[in-house]
Structure formats: structure tokens, C-alpha cells
Design a protein around this ligand. Structure first.
Ligand code: FE
Length: 337
């Protein structure tokens, strides 16, 4: 770490003798919120002297990068969900990055086989179950959620939401398209109400007695506990970690990729290596109640307290490949209707 700082300072000093100093910097386009990113960018700057500029985007990352072309100031993109990472990669807007450090920090299933993106944290898509109306161990598999015993008891957000499309993609991976269609039809027929709202709204519906179980991402438990009104919803449920009959628990990631046009490539690589470092992963994970992914890292105690699980070991790029079929099936059976 010290060596890096010294090199950075030395380079800047040496430059200043010969030419006006160009500040060392790196530019991020982020779909993730400032409160998640700021602690990391501050730490990176403190360690390396490299200034980090962040543009926070709500949507339209692909369109913006396309419009800017090779003149784009962006070096790195930060986002959640494999579908969003894959969209930037598929549009030809990223470049492969080869680095032993990255490969050591990020387990194989959470990085692109072609080196275009690297995962930083995971979140599991799990079952939120009423503490009163669902017994411990009553939900064990995703397949089981399609069983008629759950008739009129499940709440879920839109089937076309990226989180649900990724889950359906995982079902395709395990059971093929026909199997996934049957599964999704089973879920639909078990719904207590039409898909609506976000993941937290489903937990509210359990609290209100409208349904007994819902599907949601793990970190929302932490978010609800933070909120005075939502804490009651959170307290009415427990997280159960289903697995696929022949696999593990479905997870998705947040990740980082280097743009094809990166003007500050060396600094961008340093930032990627920093972000994937076990210490940075833990800081990043803590900010959003997620799981760091490097070997030997842990989530915070609250998150660990929700239970342990084995993540499904499919490479997320495989799931991204099933996305079009997952969306098609969802629309074919009119899941939201
Ligand atoms: Fe979310």
C-alpha cells in the first residue's frame, strides 16, 4: 500500500518538472447511490492520491456511453444486477481487464469468463416468511414455491423486474425453458394478489396479512430495520434461504467494468483492484447489507444472523444468456396479469 502511495507522489512530482501537472484521476459512472460509493472513493483517494469523479446515473448508462463514444470521460461503470452489467458488455462498451489481483479477489463464478466485468458483492434472492403463519423449514426449495400448498399465499413484485428475471433465468438453467414456464405458472397460480410494488411492499403485505411468503433480496431486511415504519414489517417475517433441488441459493451481484474508451486506464485498473480487495468488499457490502465475495471475508453480524447459505454455483453470465427466454416466458404466461 505504501509503495503505491509513493509511486503516485513521485510520478506527480516528476511530471510537474517537465510539464503542467495533470491531476491523477479516474471517472466512474455509477448506478449505485452516493452513500454506498463515497466511503470507498474517499479511501481510494487517501491511499493512492488519485482523485475520483463520480457521475451518479438513474438510468440510460448504455445510451450515454454510446452517445459519448470514444470521447467518453468514463473509465469504470459500477452497477448492480448481472443484466445491467451484461447490457453494457453486450453493447461493446467495455474492455477486458486481465489482472492476477482481480482473479485472486473475485471467485470465478462472479466474474466474466471473458474478463469484462468483476463482481464486488452479492445479494441472495430469498423467501420472506411470516413468523406466525409459516413454520421453520416449511420452505426449502424454489421448486416448492410452485406447489399448490402455497395457493393464495405468495406475494411478489412484477415478473419483468430485473431481480425476478434473473431468478427465472436461474430456473431455466436448472430445468430448461419448459420447466421454467411450468414453475412460473405454478407461482402465478399461488399468488395472493397481482404482482405489484417493490420487494419491501411484499413484506408489508405479509405484515398486513395479505400473504404468508414473498420473494425478495436479502438486503431489504436491513433497509427495513433501519426505517421506523418498516421495522414492524421486518419484525413480522424471517428470511428463509431456498435452494434449487440440484443447486444452491440464487444470488446476484454488484459489479464493476472498465469502459472501452477509458482515458485513465492505469488508474481505472488500480481502482478495480482496490474495489475488489477483501477490505473494500467488506466496506461496500456493509453499506447495503450485502455479502462480500472474496475468500475469508464476512458480512456484518446482522446480515450473518439471517442465516447461512450456499450460493448456486452457476456463472452469472450463463444467467444473463437466459434473460431473453426468461422475459419471453414471463410475458407468454402473462405473469403480471
Ligand atoms: Fe434493490
Amino acid at each position: 500500500m505504501f509503495a503505491k502511495i509513493k509511486t503516485g507522489l513521485f510520478a506527480a512530482t516528476a511530471l510537474s518538472v517537465a510539464a503542467p501537472v495533470l491531476a491523477e484521476e479516474v471517472n466512474l459512472y455509477s448506478y449505485r447511490q452516493p452513500e454506498l460509493i463515497k466511503p470507498l472513493t474517499d479511501a481510494f483517494t487517501a491511499e493512492t492520491g488519485i482523485k475520483v469523479n463520480v457521475a451518479y446515473l438513474q438510468k440510460g448508462m448504455v445510451e450515454r456511453l454510446q452517445a459519448e463514444g470514444m470521447r467518453s470521460p468514463a473509465d469504470l461503470v459500477l452497477t448492480v444486477d448481472i443484466s445491467r452489467l451484461a447490457a453494457v458488455v453486450d453493447a461493446g462498451l467495455t474492455q477486458p481487464v486481465e489482472s492476477d489481483t482481480l482473479n485472486n479477489n473475485v471467485p470465478e463464478q462472479y466474474r466474466d469468463p471473458e474478463d469484462h466485468w468483476y463482481g464486488l458483492t452479492t445479494r441472495a434472492r430469498v423467501v420472506y416468511a411470516s413468523k406466525d403463519r409459516v413454520a421453520e423449514g416449511e420452505v426449502t426449495t424454489y421448486e416448492d414455491l410452485a406447489d399448490p400448498k402455497w395457493n393464495d399465499r405468495i406475494c411478489i413484485r412484477s415478473g419483468t423486474n430485473a431481480y425476478n428475471v434473473a431468478l427465472t433465468s436461474a430456473v431455466i438453467h436448472h430445468h430448461g425453458e419448459e420447466g421454467a414456464k411450468t414453475w412460473l405458472e405454478g407461482i402465478k397460480s399461488n399468488l395472493a394478489r397481482k404482482p405489484q410494488g417493490n420487494d419491501r411492499a411484499q413484506v408489508k403485505a405479509i405484515w398486513a396479512g395479505e400473504c404468508d411468503i414473498s420473494i425478495g433480496n436479502t438486503y431489504y431486511m436491513g433497509k427495513m430495520l433501519e426505517d421506523e415504519e418498516q421495522k414492524e414489517w421486518a419484525d413480522s417475517v424471517q428470511i428463509l434461504f431456498p435452494v434449487f433441488e440440484n443447486g444452491g441459493t440464487h444470488v446476484n451481484i454488484s459489479g464493476v467494468a472498465m469502459t472501452k474508451s477509458a482515458p485513465n486506464k492505469d488508474n481505472a485498473l488500480k481502482m478495480m483492484e482496490f474495489l475488489t480487495s477483501p477490505a473494500a468488499q467488506e466496506v461496500y457490502a456493509e453499506a447495503n447489507y450485502e455479502y462480500p465475495i472474496a475468500a475469508g471475508t464476512d458480512a456484518i453480524e446482522l446480515v450473518e444472523g439471517w442465516g447461512t447459505f450456499t450460493a448456486d454455483d452457476v456463472n452469472l453470465m450463463t444467467l444473463a444468456g437466459h434473460r431473453p427466454a426468461a422475459l419471453r416466458i414471463t410475458e407468454e404466461i402473462d405473469f403480471d396479469g
